[in-house]
Design a protein around this ligand. Structure first.
Ligand SMILES: [Zn+2]
Length: 97
């Protein structure tokens, strides 16, 4: 048996992902973003750039549920907001298509 078979590594989740996706959704629906391209390529580029900018936030999904709530209003969520705004501006001014 290998390490991957011995341990259920899929319980490891990067909380940054769900925060970035939610933040992207919110910001892209705001008025200032109404003329910004929201095609598959651009939005995935924005998500990737955001996630590469911020620190990851891993938790174990079975035991770590409490964490998610406690992130609200924290410095970390501020970082996520800023990273997402920067990514939207950067990608939309230089889209890959
Ligand atoms: Zn696009």
């Amino acid at each position: 048996m290998g390490f991957k078979e011995d341990y259920e590594l899929e319980y490891l989740e990067n909380e940054a992902e769900s925060l970035v996706f939610k933040e992207l959704e919110d910001q892209l629906s705001e008025d200032w973003a109404k003329d910004i391209c929201k095609c598959q390529d651009c939005v995935l580029d924005m998500a990737a750039l955001s996630l590469n900018t911020i620190k990851p936030f891993y938790r174990v999904s079975l035991l770590g549920k409490v964490y998610a709530g406690s992130l609200t209003g924290s410095d970390y969520t501020d970082e996520v907001k800023k990273a997402v705004t920067n990514s939207i501006v950067k990608i939309s001014s230089n889209p890959s298509h």
